[in-house]
Design a protein around this ligand. Sequence first.
Ligand code: NAP
Ligand code: MG
Length: 404
Amino acid sequence: MAKIQMKTPLVEMDGDEMTRVLWGWIKDTLLTPYVDLNTEYYDLGLKHREETKDQVTIDSAEATKKYGVAVKCATITPNAARVEEYGLSQMWKSPNGTIRAALDGTVFRTPIIVKGVEPYIPTWTKPITIARHAYGDIYKNTEMQVPQGCKAELVVTDKDGNEKRELIHDFTRSDGIIQGVHNLDVSIAGFARACLNYGLDQKKDVWFATKDTISKKYDHRFKDIFQEIYDNEYRERYEAAGITYFYTLIDDAVARVIRSNGGYIWACKNYDGDVMSDMVSTAYGSLAMMTSVLVSPDGLYEYEAAHGTVQRHYYKYLKGEETSTNSVATIFAWSGALRKRGELDGSKELMDFADKLEKATIQTIEDGVMTGDLFLISKLENKKKVDSKTFLDEIKLRLDGLMG
Ligand code: NAP
Ligand code: MG
């Protein structure tokens, strides 16, 4: 059978530890036998980031701007222990943070749903995708402790030196605390466009919520920017696609999410997204079944698994012990990227391959063949735990069937 050809290169960002091991196996077992992989390879493994003084991360982000689509393996974000372990000259920044800043992107996380692994909320039969605004609010705050007897004010100085003041609080009764936060219209607008674009891309409704009834200027600005952009740039396309943009209060949103069947994109302010993404991913069962895609306002895509490098499994692997590491989210990162590459290049063959790869992966688990993490939570009766490599071979068996 002739291999599927790729017109434009896909940016490939290799990573660390167990996920780096899986990366190679996935390519050998599930990709290169079927696709003539045309990738521009960047090694974001920590060793090579050190060797290049992290230039490789910047280069990989630039390549994504050039080609439009990237697929990324999980990478180590160095801490003090890693500086020692890898003999680093610096505590390099999180590659994900660097890439996100370069692309001005928003991260969308979506669970992969399989029979046997039931969400804690039984009505959630379709995935809920969470988008977190990754700029500002309390994550770029200034805080102070304020002694009793002090008065705290908000002061804004314009470029001519004129001051505008508002009282925050007169601390007559006790010591206290204050916090200053900000956001930027351009960042909120970029977030809104990334979410509304992704809604069109996925043919899914977009929900957004803030506390605008209490925060009449700050949160209200978020609400207004979203609404303006939706009305001026998206409404027609949404109506034509039969999808909706829906705004409500954050409390109402939370209540509706719990009662819903899923199947929409939930755009969250920074803090809401931080908290809700952990709740939603836990409720769907397993972090190893969560995909993640970074989307920029101008339509660049970077696909990855939401989990990390699975360090504990890697040390077992290095000792020659058997591992049963779940490769599903990493496989879906590849299928997502290949499908998008196919879509942009007009290659139906590549898009079909991505569909079949996902189908074969889900079929394998629903046939009862799974890695240890799923084995613990699957309600299937005839389930079998397999090692990391056997799991990929089992997917290949089914993929061969689908490919004819
Ligand atoms: P982790 O790699 O996500 O793993 C935490 C634990 O979750 C594992 O020990 C394992 O539990 C379970 N797990 C996660 N993914 C799994 C999979 N695919 N299959 C089976 N079990 C899985 O998080 P971490 O250990 O906290 O972080 C390790 C490294 O990853 C860190 O250096 C961190 O900086 C990095 N990280 C990178 C990214 C990214 O690149 N996007 C994201 C998060 C973390 P058991 O050990 O109980 O089996
Ligand atoms: Mg969190």
